[in-house]
Design a protein. Sequence first.
Length: 325
Amino acid sequence: ADLLAAQLGIGKLWIKDEGARFGLGSFKALGGAYGVAQVVARSHGAAGDITVACASDGNHGRAVAWGAQRSGCLARIYLPRHVTPARAAAIAALGAEVVRVDGEYDDAVRQAEIDARESGMIVVTDTAYTGQEDIPRLVMQGYTVMVEEVLEQAGGERPTHVFVQGGVGGLGAAVLGHLWERLGPPLPRVVLVEPEEADCLAATVRAGTPTPTEGTLVTIMAGLSCRHVSTLAWEVLRHGIHGAMTVPEEGVAPAMRALARGAAGVPMEAGESGVVGLLGLMKAAADPELRSLLGLNREAGVLVFITEGATDPDLYRRIIHGDES
């Protein structure tokens, strides 16, 4: 990624590609499957008697379904209305029951919780809320694996900045927490990046307390279409996050195409939510005021994560070939 770093006016750029993780197409496999494995390991009954459930925009549900398949338990995945048929089919192909919820992500979270109370299912959620903090903590612990891999591959070098996808904040908290534990001060400047219409983290940073977005949640970056921040994630983020920023819809397709053409040195298959951290860096690097505010200069070493590959192959092809933008 040296050429791209030079174009952005920074000293070094690390791009961690999670698009091939466990054959599931996203970093979520590290958290959801680990959460399921821990639930089964802690249970006193047979795995076949356990049903795990979760709400998902696609990738977490696929990870939980895969984890359930591997662990020998059942899975029920609740999907909000905006999840594409291809992503729902990928979950069902892993043997999970798919339940469609006529609402947004948070409506799916509520429905999964209600049904679990009535039926005895165990909710393996990646977002924390009142009464649900133990399992989201496990999920976040799973995410730290990819941060550790970065540190191992960096050969002793340490990033000065990290631009990481927002969502409910679980990934950002895992990244920040693990860097804090492994590197100590001075910490890299960690910037959360999210869609303009799903900016719950930016709203929370401004208010200093968990605050829902007032946006529509309508975004091509479907994996980040979240109204509320995870309460557990915010407890980590509020102590060390440098800030949060939004990126526009129209920047996603060009970033995906640039990576597909090899802008990072080798061609990368990056999905709509997968490019968001890099898109945040590109936006900041092009803005003199943001460059100065963040200290993005020729000495900066920046880490970004390609958090997903082509998790909806048909949509990916349409975007890459210019049919959608």
